[in-house]
Design a protein around this ligand. Structure first.
Ligand code: CA
Length: 228
């Protein structure tokens, strides 16, 4: 869930910001001081919205510390209209953007949403485990493709999803209802035949001997199992 850390000591402004972010679908972590914000920061935080004038350490210090902890999170500073130098300092210390007080809800949300799009795009690109390998097979998570001994396989998206599921659970049987749930979603529960049909087609594409499968094996009464 997209999560934003809000650090603002003035309760009325903080509430105003929190209400708008929550309404727009963000999970909000609230902090009334910089110390609190740093204590509350964890891996789940995608973005921070930081006021500059705070009771203890100021927003600039919080910004610099957060930037040390995460390169990919988004940081927006709340600056005062009259103080042009604040904006420059904010950007210099690693903030991505600033919003000048007083601001309207639509202005705030436009900045936050725009930054969230940038943050999530960057995180997708630099995400972990872009490729999964299993024997001669390589699955590319970014491109949603699978190759066998270096040769790209011509898979449908459903077939790719099944391969992905197998790659995550090699050597253990996966029940057909579980495959249905993971690949097709809850609404297909009860239609296990669809799994069998697609398994058969997938075997034609990936097995040397589809009638005597080595990789996608049937485990009687338990489902299908990926073997390398
Ligand atoms: Ca303040």
């Amino acid at each position: 869930m997209r999560t934003i850390l809000v650090c603002e000591d003035e309760a009325s402004i903080r509430d105003f910001v929190v209400v708008n972010l929550t309404y727009a679908g963000y999970r909000v972590i609230e902090a009334a001081s910089g110390e609190e914000a740093l204590a509350m920061f964890d891996e789940s935080v995608d973005m921070a919205l930081l006021d500059i004038m705070l009771p203890g350490i100021n927003g600039f210090e919080v910004c610099a510390e957060l930037r040390k902890r995460s390169n990919t999170m988004g940081i927006i500073m709340l600056t005062a209209r009259s103080r042009e130098e604040e904006k420059v300092d904010a950007l210099r210390l690693g903030a991505d953007d600033y919003v000048t007080k007083p601001f309207s809800p639509s202005e705030l949300m436009a900045r936050v949403d725009a930054l969230y799009r940038r943050v999530s795009a960057v995180r997708e690109r630099s995400g972990p485990a872009e490729e999964l390998q299993s024997g001669h097979f390589v699955l590319n998570v970014r491109n949603r493709t699978v190759s066998k001994a270096g040769v790209p396989l011509d898979l449908t998206q459903v077939e790719y999803q099944m391969m992905y599921l197998f790659f995550l659970h090699p050597g253990v049987p996966i029940e057909r209802t579980e495959i249905l749930r993971q690949v097709w979603g809850e609404s297909y529960i009860g239609a296990e035949k669809i799994v069998d049909v697609n398994i058969r087609r997938l075997r034609m594409k990936i097995e040397d001997e589809p009638s005597d499968p080595r990789h996608i094996c049937t485990v009687r009464g338990q489902g299908y199992q990926w073997n390398v």
